[in-house]
Design a protein. Structure first.
Length: 442
């Protein structure tokens, strides 16, 4: 399959996530069973929910701080008495370079010191001791439709990855003349540095009506289930109102069980909020999202942070407590950020508004990160780090009393496509231009 040239084109990846443009790429010949809304292989069944296993530790004490640079859109979960916080200074230290349009990173947490880096065109590379290994961990360029906002976009490793010997990828492809998202499982060979491209087990397939807003993230929650941010399907302004349609898989956060039940596809947890409800897809965990490109769980609390790329005016950070039963409506396309979008004026009753937003003076394509829970930099403890792809800014966000506080931490001038987290809780920045950098505190 011919892969699109993406030298200059990838520089607008995510910058254009807020624009109304569509795209397509060369078709793949492989045929797959196709359903109008969602292809689940076999009919999905339901399975019980395991108990979350989040641990609790005491965050390091933070000295006094300055006032946030942006006004929060809403107050949510924090309830303690506010204190004056000091925000740390951060710097980026290069870990690896020479990569080709990297968009995601994962740590096998097996003591090997390896990092798995996803390249958009369809490779997964191994970085070991700061060196990009010459032989790819996996090459599926023959089936990936790339680039712009398409491509191999996300990776997730299950718990006990080293014992299980498989992992999951999120990528776009063309089959039967249609652009689709695939969620697939791949297995290792006998060499732990090489995965088998022919081992692919397609778990979930759904159509993408346009080339943008494909989502692309994958993350295992503390409940052991796989979360998938599907994006609203693209164009601009969600013309088909998919984000609010509970019968459509797009514009949602999905939650499925890929580790128990059906060994080839997936089952639906019986505690998903719309299980058994007519004309509502049981895979949906939350809805009203435009393009949740990157999201993550706080490894200490289990809370979910979703960075949702905006349309014309606002980028937003959405939040879900670990205790949530799901079903949140984050507003799109009724709202963009906390502001009415369509219709305007609008009724915000029942919507879960973002905990933070920023406008076009600060950037135009938010890239979600992680809450820092490592041990190397106590001053960062409990800070959610996130960035903007277009402006290169990195901010910190954390609760203080009954409100959230935000602070600009670093101007990087980089196109930050993703963040990563290693087994020790240290955080890395993925620069789309080809570098992996570790977040440090001088």
């Amino acid at each position: 399959m011919q892969i699109k040239f993406f030298g200059l084109v990838t520089l607008v990846f995510l910058i254009t996530a807020a624009l109304a443009v569509s795209g397509c790429a060369a078709a793949e010949a492989q045929e797959i069973i196709h359903l109008p809304v969602v292809d689940r292989g076999n009919a999905a069944t339901t399975t019980p929910t395991p108990s979350p296993t989040a641990t609790t530790t005491t965050p390091a004490t933070e000295p006094p701080t300055a006032t946030p640079t942006t006004t929060p859109t809403t107050t949510v979960t924090p309830t303690a008495t506010p204190v004056t916080l000091i925000w740390p200074t951060i710097v980026l230290t290069t870990t690896a370079s020479g990569l080709n349009s990297p968009v995601d990173l994962a740590d096998p947490n097996d003591g090997s010191g390896r990092l798995f880096v996803v390249e958009q065109a369809g490779l997964v590379r191994i970085v070991r001791n700061g060196q990009v290994q010459p032989t790819p961990f996996l090459d599926i360029t023959d089936r990936v439709t790339c680039c712009w906002e398409e491509g191999l976009l996300g990776i997730a490793l299950p718990s006990n990855y080293t014992q299980k010997g498989y992992f999951y990828l999120n990528y776009t492809t063309e089959a039967l003349g249609k652009l689709q998202t695939r969620i697939s499982r791949f297995r290792l060979t006998t060499d732990t540095d090489i995965a088998d491209p022919d081992s692919e087990q397609i778990v979930l397939v759904y159509d993408q009506p346009h080339g943008n807003h494909n989502g692309g993230g994958l993350a295992f929650g503390p409940d052991g289930f796989l979360y998938i941010g599907s994006g609203d399907g693209g164009s601009g302004g969600d013309p088909d109102n998919r984000g609010q349609n509970l019968g459509d898989i797009l514009g949602k956060m999905l939650r499925i069980d890929v580790e128990t039940g059906s060994p080839l596809t997936y089952t639906v947890p019986i505690t998903n909020p719309f299980v058994g409800q007519a004309r509502k897809l049981p895979e949906i965990w939350a809805y009203g999202l435009r393009n949740p490109w990157r999201y993550s769980f706080d490894r200490q609390t289990g809370d979910l942070f979703i960075a949702d790329v905006g349309q014309n005016a606002y980028e937003e950070i959405d939040f879900q407590l670990a205790s949530s039963a799901g079903g949140e409506n984050y507003g799109w396309r009724i709202t963009e950020g906390s502001h009415c979008y369509d219709p305007d004026p609008c009724d915000k009753t029942g919507l879960t508004l973002p905990i933070w937003e920023y406008g076009r003076n600060d950037g135009r394509a938010v890239t979600g990160g992680f809450v820092y829970r490592g041990a190397a930099w106590p001053a960062l403890q409990g800070v959610y780090l996130y960035a903007d792809y277009a402006s290169g800014r990195i901010w910190g966000l954390r609760p203080n009393g009954s409100r959230w506080e935000n602070r600009l931490l670093l101007e990087t001038g980089r196109n930050i496509s993703s963040f990563g987290q290693d087994g020790a809780g240290e955080i890395y920045v993925v620069d789309h231009a080809g570098e992996i950098l570790r977040v440090t505190v001088p």
